[in-house]
Write a protein that binds this ligand. Structure first.
Ligand SMILES: [Fe+2]
Length: 279
């Protein structure tokens, strides 16, 4: 008999026209807007970070004074993340590490800079702009640079990025307004062994499922067997790729051999003129 905790996750499925990835060989802000405005699941820009830039960023990451090992997880990072903590803690952690983060990002031809510049040029045509999320005059962390090196079925277990934007300990943080639009994620791959594919399910879980797993404000994680029966999309990831996707959909990273190091941040509209990013 199947136990009740392992009944399938319930939620919203999107139509097949939405549930697909665009693939491009050059960066273009238009398909990113398609993702931010809910017309497409995701887009991947192939090989848009030149090897010399990747090597520079990767070396700076591993040599960073801010390099931290996540307790109990096979992951290293430079940066702070808001997930599952009070907002004051996140902002204080950000303040301590922001210089180290910029030390990794501030390279010649940095994808973190050109992504924002190109998005802002495009958004300005609509009178809109992209900036760091704010709270009480303080800003969110510019990026989380993170290396996963976990084998097994999933290096990063199935989860979604919506629940974390409703944490009551973060009431008033701008990212909670993103829930009226789409909660999206950007990843810039600077080092990649093998495997480590992005897996997405055609499912936006409902609150009843979150409650059942006790992950109402974290979205982490959904037991893989509860996702059987939903359409699944797998995206190969290679060094130099930049991808953006709708984090409301359950997603995971599959088995990774070697380091999978990426510059990442979350992003979304908070009103028709403002896109904020955070980590
Ligand atoms: Fe995620």
């Amino acid at each position: 008999m199947v136990s009740s905790t392992l009944a399938p996750v319930t939620g919203v499925r999107m139509d097949p026209h939405f549930f697909r990835f665009d693939e491009r060989s050059e960066f273009d802000p238009e398909p990113v807007l398609d993702v931010l405005q809910g017309r497409r699941l995701g887009v991947i820009f192939r090989d848009v970070i030149p090897p010399a830039v990747r090597e520079d960023m990767t070396a700076r990451f591993w040599n960073s004074p801010g390099l931290t090992r996540r307790t109990g997880e096979p992951s290293y990072h430079v940066g702070a993340y808001h997930w599952n903590k009070p907002i004051d803690t996140y902002l204080a952690e950000t303040g301590k590490v922001v210089q180290d983060v910029m030390g990794v990002l501030d390279v010649a031809d940095s994808p973190w800079h050109w992504f924002r510049d190109r998005m802002n040029t495009r958004l300005s045509r609509d009178g809109a702009r992209l900036r760091l999320a704010e709270m009480n005059g303080e800003t969110a962390c510019p990026a989380l640079v993170r290396a996963w090196h976990k084998e097994g079925e999933y290096a990063l277990e199935p989860h979604e990025d919506e629940a974390q934007c409703r944490d009551p300990r973060q009431a008033g943080f701008e990212v909670q307004q993103v829930l009226r639009y789409e909660v999206c994620a950007t990843n810039m791959c600077i080092e990649h062994g093998s495997g480590g594919r992005l897996v997405l399910w055609n499912l936006r879980p409902d609150d009843e499922s979150r409650r059942r797993f006790g992950i109402e404000h974290s979205g982490f994680s959904y037991p893989p067997e509860t996702l059987d029966g939903f359409d699944r999309l797998t995206v190969d990831i290679r060094p130099g790729d930049v991808y953006v996707f709708n984090g409301r959909h359950v997603h995971a990273v599959d088995a990774t051999i070697g380091n999978r190091t990426a510059v990442s941040f979350l992003l979304g509209f908070i009103d028709d003129e403002t896109v904020v990013t955070w980590t």
